[in-house]
Design a binder for this molecule. Structure first.
Ligand code: ADP
Ligand code: MG
Length: 261
C-alpha cells in the first residue's frame, strides 16, 4: 500500500463529524438516583450557530451540557453531533470527545503545566500530533486569544480572565467542531469578563457551533441565534434571541429575565 500521498489522519468527511457540526438533542432524560434532573429535553443547534442556554440555578443546564459529551450518561433520549450519534451504545466516545471542546466556569487548567503545555498535552496524547506541530497549533490559538506572550507562564501567574482565555485556546487546539461553554464568565472579575466574551464573539463570527450556558444577556442577545430557557429540567421556552429576551411568552421566563436583566 502506498502511503506517499496519505494525508495525516484526522477528522475528515468520513469521520461523521464535519467542521462546525450541528447538535440535535431529543427527549433527553437524566436522573441521579431518584432525582430526575432532565425530564425530556429536546433542542437543536444548527451547524455554525450559537445557542445560549439560560435558566435558574439547579435547572439542569450543566447536566445537559455534560450529557452532550458523555461526561454524564443519560438514561433515555438521543444526542447527535453532525452524523455521529453520541448516545449510540456502540459510539466511540473518545473519537466524539476529540471533536467537542468544553470550557468550564472554573477553567480547569493543569496547574503543573505552563500555558503552552496546557495547550499541547491533549494534542500530543490524543491526536498524536508531533511536538512541533502541536506547539505551532497551540501558539496560533494563544495568538487568537491574545496571550501569545504568556506561553511560558503557569496558570497561577495569570488572572482569571487570562486563565479562561487559555482554556479556550486549549479547547480550540483540538480543532473542535462544537464548543460547549458552561458559565465561562461567572467566576471572573467583572473587568475581565469582556475579554472572554470578545473571544467568544469572534469564535461565533468565524462560524463555530457553540452551546453556551450564560447569564450574560447582552452577549446572548447580540450573538446567539437562539435562546433556550430551562427550568426544572424542561425547556420552558425557546426562540430567536432578541425576541425571547425582549418579549418572553411564559411567566417563568418573564420572572427569570426580570431578575437577571
Ligand atoms: P444548573 O447547571 O442549571 O445549575 P445542574 O445541572 O448543575 O444545574 O444541577 C441540576 C440538579 O442536579 C441539581 O439539583 C443538582 O443538585 C443535581 N445534580 C447535579 N449533578 C449531580 C450529581 N453528580 N449527583 C447528584 N445530583 C446532581
Ligand atoms: Mg451549572
Amino acid at each position: 500500500m502506498s502511503t506517499a500521498s496519505s494525508p495525516t489522519p484526522r477528522s475528515g468527511p468520513t469521520d461523521g463529524l464535519a467542521d462546525a457540526a450541528s447538535v440535535v438533542i431529543e427527549d433527553l432524560h437524566k436522573s441521579y438516583g431518584s432525582l430526575e434532573v432532565l425530564k425530556g429535553i429536546s433542542l437543536s443547534v444548527g451547524a455554525g450557530q450559537v445557542v445560549c442556554l439560560i435558566g435558574p440555578s439547579g435547572s439542569g443546564k450543566s447536566t445537559l451540557l455534560r450529557c452532550v459529551n458523555l461526561l454524564e450518561t443519560p438514561q433515555r433520549g438521543r444526542i447527535t453531533i453532525g452524523d455521529f450519534e453520541v448516545t449510540d451504545p456502540e459510539a466511540d466516545v473518545d473519537r466524539m470527545r476529540r471533536h467537542v471542546g468544553m470550557v468550564f466556569q472554573q477553567f480547569n487548567l493543569f496547574p503543573h503545566l505552563n500555558v503552552l503545555e496546557n495547550c499541547t498535552v491533549a494534542q500530543l496524547k490524543v491526536l498524536k500530533r508531533d511536538k512541533a506541530e502541536a506547539e505551532r497549533v497551540a501558539r496560533g490559538n494563544l495568538e487568537r486569544v491574545g496571550l501569545a506572550e504568556k506561553a511560558g507562564n503557569y496558570p497561577d501567574q495569570l488572572s482569571g480572565g487570562q486563565q479562561q482565555r487559555v482554556a479556550i485556546a486549549r479547547a480550540l487546539s483540538m480543532d473542535p467542531s462544537l464548543m460547549l461553554f458552561d458559565e465561562p464568565t461567572s467566576a471572573l472579575d467583572p473587568e475581565t469578563v469582556g475579554d472572554v466574551l470578545a473571544i467568544m464573539r469572534n469564535l461565533a463570527a468565524e462560524g463555530m457551533t457553540m452551546l453556551v450556558v450564560t447569564h450574560e444577556m447582552e452577549f446572548a442577545r447580540d450573538v446567539a441565534d437562539k435562546v433556550v430557557f430551562m427550568d426544572g429540567g424542561v425547556v420552558v421556552e425557546e426562540g430567536p434571541a432578541a425576541e425571547l429576551i425582549r418579549s418572553p411568552r411564559e411567566p417563568r421566563t418573564q420572572a427569570f429575565l426580570s431578575r437577571v436583566l
